[in-house]
Design a protein around this ligand. Sequence first.
Ligand code: 1HE
Length: 263
Amino acid sequence: MTTNYLKTHEAGTIGVITLNRANKRNALDEAAVAEIDAYFSNIPAHIRAIVMLAEGDHFCAGLDLKEHHDQERSAVDFLRVCQAWHRAFDKIQHGGIPVIACLQGAVVGGGLELASAAHVRVADVSTYFSLPEGTRGIFTGGGATVRTAKIITPNRMVEMMLTGRVMGIEEGHRLGLAHYVCNTPENPVSAKDFAMELAERIAGNAPLSNYAIVSSISRIADMSATDGLFAEGLMAAVVQTGADVQGRLNDFVTKKAHKVKPG
Ligand code: 1HE
């Protein structure tokens, strides 16, 4: 299916969505965010993992600056824009299905906010990160103060925003903005192939385990230790008694399951 901003298709149990506005470097206008929200509000039941790709040389140039310029929004108008981004990106992060973002080129401003909502980030070696809001006279509004700051630490985010500098892939990888770097001599596979392979592997986990991983860990990180331990126990009580457990543990007990070893 192709709508204005997103192209979507399925590869078995993998949902693939592609940001499809390369002529504007996949900048996010209001309609684009609404399409992302709609996709993540209606994930078909057989989908076990989602790969987010982007057309062109750049993942996403962030907020559509022309739309913002032309609309001359009021404070309340922009609060509503931010809340729409927050709703859509929260559905990515907490929709219960693992999302693997495949990055290339610019991952800047709202593009970094979008990538930060994904659970796994696979980057082409061309990827770079920036939060140039300060240089444009604006501020983040799509969740970076919460999600991106958690990944790189608030301290580093302040510095990135004050300087508006471009962070290369090596530093971004070291800080966790990318989990994997592709298209390098050490890892010559394309980011897209690598992301699809990871998605297949992740889709092979028990769905309830994946649900717990993507839904509870980031929330528990916001809790006190005592509340977090209680929530972890409750989550585990549900997952450990789920439909997939007996079969998978029987495979282990009868020595049919894989062993956890390097290589
Ligand atoms: C855009 C946007 C955009 C490109 N809004 N139209 N984001 C930024 O500050 C990044 C702004 N963009 C850039 O710095 C560059 O475009 C790129 C480095 C990403 C790519 O450069 P390049 O040379 O490949 O492309 P280009 O020629 O700059 O752009 C191609 C077209 O895309 C051009 O339009 P055209 O009609 O002249 O062809 C650009 O105007 C358009 N374009 N980026 C609108 N962002 C919830 S708050 C979040 C706050 C933020 O996200 S701040 C970060 C904003």
